[in-house]
Write a protein that binds this ligand. Sequence first.
Ligand SMILES: [Fe+2]
Length: 252
Amino acid sequence: MPKHNAFGDVVDNVKDVAGKVVSGVLEAVSPADTAPHNGVAAKAAIEPVDATALLEKDHQEVKALFAEADALSDTAYGARLKIFKKIDAALTLHTQVEEQIFYPAVKAKTKRNTEERDEVLEAYEEHAGAKDLIAKLERLDPRDETYKAKLQVLGEMIRHHVQEEETVLFPQARAALGHTELEALGRQIQIAKQKAAGKSPAPKTGGAKAPAKRTAAKRTSAKTAPAKSTAARGRRSTSSARTRTTAKKRAS
Ligand SMILES: [Fe+2]
């Protein structure tokens, strides 16, 4: 794999460690995107920020959303759904960048059967638990009696997870990775988020437009609009059934 610069080496290292398992957001961040001195990075206003600081900012934002949800009256169904959608979108993107950019880099610095490795593995499992609950909430009517309880439990899970990360995992990561690599990861996270927000950087030179990729933004929007996806699937299956019926009639 060609080495572009010192930062390119870091990106390559992270990708090597995570291997083919890494997909989605990280795939959307190419070494060219992360080159610190090209025009693209300057236009996209990528700041040299430590990855843990960026992730902590996400934590604050999502905790504020849960606090808003907690303050709602029992029958504020519409407002609760609205806040859940914001939480869903924020957590989906946050867990993606952690799982595909941050955790693999931290895990690469740990050894099996150590406290540090256990912390990273625990973080993945906590994400999995949160995702299960998020999926249940996505399918549930906000008027369902259990909706509010599920959202509250999700909030408790996230608060616990955030505290573990900020008091144990992040300090371990800072010690293991060091400032330069944390900033490199911070750069990847910012680019991944910009891409997810539909702010894909323009090509470096004024050449032909690059072919469209299946970006993290598409996956995020698919996850945050389950009803639409289900409806679309329904329409597709109805249409397929209709086609099959027509073909059968023709055959007979
Ligand atoms: Fe986190």
